[in-house]
Design a protein around this ligand. Structure first.
Ligand SMILES: Nc1ncnc2c1ncn2[C@@H]1O[C@H](COP(=O)(O)OP(=O)(O)OP(=O)(O)O)[C@@H](O)[C@H]1O
Ligand SMILES: [Mg+2]
Length: 248
């Protein structure tokens, strides 16, 4: 069964078409990698799928809810991680989570469980503003998962993190998928996308230019056994880059 169903979703910012008639489905429990160059429309898509931004046209359903007309029902079913979004810097990690727990009607014991799960338990009393990048990112992940959502949207969850923390987050994503959580993931780390994703979509200038399993994409767009997902990405999206830089 599909948990995300997107039909001709489009978003304009004035005369810029950031997302251009994209359509796809994500199965329940699937890890779906959503890849593309800077400015391709990934974050804009996540904002529409999570009810934060109105599509210009087209439609999407997530966990059975229309992302425009049923935003309120949608909210408790999803978790979202954007970089450093809405952390209360003057509160401790624990208080940030307790605040969210109250909003969602989640038990306090779940806060302690999540602090332990992301490795923040021993520093949970410190103000979030003193946290490093990786600690803030782990706090955001803990908060996004506090209410045990069925679908989680992760916008570059391992960006700028050291290999240990990045690996911990990837292991956590795998664990979630095994539990049946549907994961919508953007990342610029192609090995990470290859390793984690059941399928990936590659978007370029607001359009999906390829969508399949990493293995099949490598066969379809590669030239031999050594082909990596990065090779496929560059082949499908790199021409624009060369043009842009060549023109300057
Ligand atoms: N609020 C906004 N107003 C105007 N244009 C915007 C706005 N947000 C995004 N855009 C533009 O829409 C396009 C898509 O942006 P988006 O942030 O969705 O890309 P992205 O794929 O997430 O890129 P990145 O990999 O750099 O995060 C870009 O050209 C961007 O400049
Ligand atoms: Mg983005």
């Amino acid at each position: 069964m599909e948990t995300i169903k997107v039909s001709n979703l489009t978003r304009d910012y004035d005369d810029l078409r950031a997302v251009d008639h994209i359509s796809f489905e994500v199965e329940t429990g699937e890890v779906f990698g959503f890849l593309g160059p800077n400015g391709a429309g990934k974050t804009t898509t996540i904002k529409m799928l999570t009810g934060q931004l109105r599509p210009t046209s087209g439609a999407a359903r997530v966990a059975g809810c229309d992302v425009v007309d049923e935003r309120q029902q949608l909210k408790p079913q999803i978790g979202v991680v954007f970089e450093h979004q809405n952390i209360y810097e003057r509160l401790s990690a624990r208080d940030n989570l307790l605040f969210a727990a109250r909003l969602y009607g989640v038990q306090k014991s779940r806060v302690e469980e999540m602090l332990k799960r992301v490795g923040l338990a021993d520093r949970a009393r410190e103000k979030a503003k003193n946290y490093s990048n990786g600690m803030k990112q782990r706090l955001l992940i803990a908060r996004a998962l506090l209410h045990e959502p069925r679908v989680i949207f992760l916008d570059e969850p391992t960006r700028g993190l050291d290999p240990n923390i990045a690996r911990g987050i990837r292991a956590f994503i795998e664990e979630l998928a095994q539990q049946g959580v549907t994961v919508f993931l953007t990342t610029h780390y192609m090995e990470e996308a290859d390793h984690l994703s059941d399928r990936v979509a590659i978007v370029d200038q607001g359009r999906i230019v390829a969508l399949d399993t990493p293995a099949r994409l490598k066969v379809a767009h590669g030239d031999g056994e050594e082909t990596t997902l990065e090779d496929v990405f560059v082949k499908l999206t790199g021409r624009n880059f060369a043009q842009q830089w060549g023109d300057e």
